[in-house]
Design a protein around this ligand. Structure first.
Ligand code: UDP
Ligand code: MG
Length: 356
């Protein structure tokens, strides 16, 4: 099979599957989560699972009838029990009316309606909380994600992955969205060491253990694979079909880029340093302060030997500045440590199994 290298650690086949990650190890020093085939949970028996499909929707009335039919066509052959949870994220159009019509003749359709628009992460989060399935699929409501991919995603889970993300390899979005998105995916993949091409694909599949462990807030839905990976779950990827938006328009404006960037910082910081902020700030604080001391120490010796007057050396100010920045960083780190110690302790680990 034709294969391409994504990075040193893993390979992606032509279908976009991340192959067994013998060395699915991020490059940076602090993140030691190993990803091996062994680590994935036990296989889910075919057809014996309960499937939950979660769809966040904000003003998507036109899409729903078609979407519902397509989902049913796609999952009926799976012959499994299922529920479709639609989270109406404070829609102001006819979404809720259309959903109630669908629900009237299919009680496997569950509707959760927000009082106002809280955002996609909140919608997914409540969907995760309410889902009863062993396997959970998320997808967008706008028909851009193709329900016919659901069996393929489940198939990939059954091979042993804990979570599988779609990769919109051939994407039907405006170039103003696709290019920044490529850049984002590249940077995220490099910084986190997770060899995915499309972190923010709406179409994803999870084992229930994964969604019960992930805390989503703000707009962190963009980085679910990073959060899952950090907890120690194995993450895979398959190429999925994508379609242009048929009705309505995108709900995320230009703000998605700067918000996405800030969220990346949040994710990097909270996954690695939340419990030990001094390791980040203290490290840089020490480097800055040390550089400042060396520069100023050298200049002071020169001045002492009568070689130069400090007022003649602007570099002296740079040294002072570095020392101040260094001390500030260390102080921020220490304050961070104090906050970490005093706040309510959250579960920091994820247990796969307990054998008694
Ligand atoms: N969405 C939501 N709440 C929001 C914004 C979006 O529930 O505040 C839903 C939206 O209805 C769609 C999915 O999230 O089902 C993805 O949104 P969109 O298609 O606008 O994003 P894009 O495809 O442009 O990334
Ligand atoms: Mg869309």
């Amino acid at each position: 099979m034709d294969e391409q290298k994504t990075n040193n650690n893993s390979e992606v086949t032509k279908q976009g599957e991340v192959k067994p990650q013998q060395k699915f190890k991020p490059k940076h020093r602090y993140h030691k989560v190993q990803h091996t085939e062994k680590q994935a949970s036990t296989p889910i028996p075919k057809q014996e699972y309960f499937l939950s499909i979660i769809i966040p929707a904000y003003n998507e009335a036109e899409s729903f009838k078609e979407l519902y039919e397509k989902i049913r066509t796609a999952i009926t052959p799976l012959n499994c029990k299922y529920e479709i949870i639609i989270v109406d994220d404070g829609s102001t159009d006819n979404t809720i009316k259309v959903l109630k019509e669908i629900r009237a003749h299919d009680n496997r359709v569950k509707i959760i309606s927000f009082r106002r628009n809280y955002g996609k992460s909140a919608a997914l989060s409540v969907g995760f909380e309410k889902a009863k399935g062993d396997i959970i699929i998320t997808m967008d409501a706008d028909l851009q994600d193709d329900p016919s991919e659901i069996p393929n995603l489940i198939n990939e889970l059954q091979k042993g992955k804990d979570m599988v993300s779609g990769w919109k390899k051939k994407r039907f979005d405006p170039i103003t969205k696709t290019i920044p998105s490529k850049f984002f995916n590249f940077v995220t993949s490099k910084l986190t060491g997770i060899p995915l091409h499309d972190f923010n694909c709406g179409l994803k599949a999870y084992r229930k253990e994964v969604i019960k462990e992930i805390e989503l807030y703000g707009e962190l839905h963009r980085y679910i694979p990073v959060l899952a990976n950090w907890k120690g779950f194995s993450v895979g990827e398959i190429v999925v079909q994508h379609h242009p938006r048929k009705y309505g328009k995108t709900k995320f404006g230009f703000g998605r880029f700067w918000k996405g960037f800030l969220d990346l910082l949040t994710i990097l910081f909270t996954t690695r340093y939340l419990q030990r902020p001094l390791h980040l700030f203290g490290f840089w604080g020490l480097i800055f302060a040390l550089a400042g001391f060396i520069i100023d120490g050298y200049l002071v010796i020169e001045w002492f030997l009568g070689l130069t007057a400090l007022s003649q050396r602007p570099l002296f100010l740079a040294g002072v500045l570095l020392i101040i920045i260094g001390v500030q960083f260390i102080s921020i780190g220490l304050i961070g440590e104090m906050i970490t110690k005093t706040r309510e302790t959250r579960k920091e680990y994820s247990i796969k199994e307990i054998i008694k």
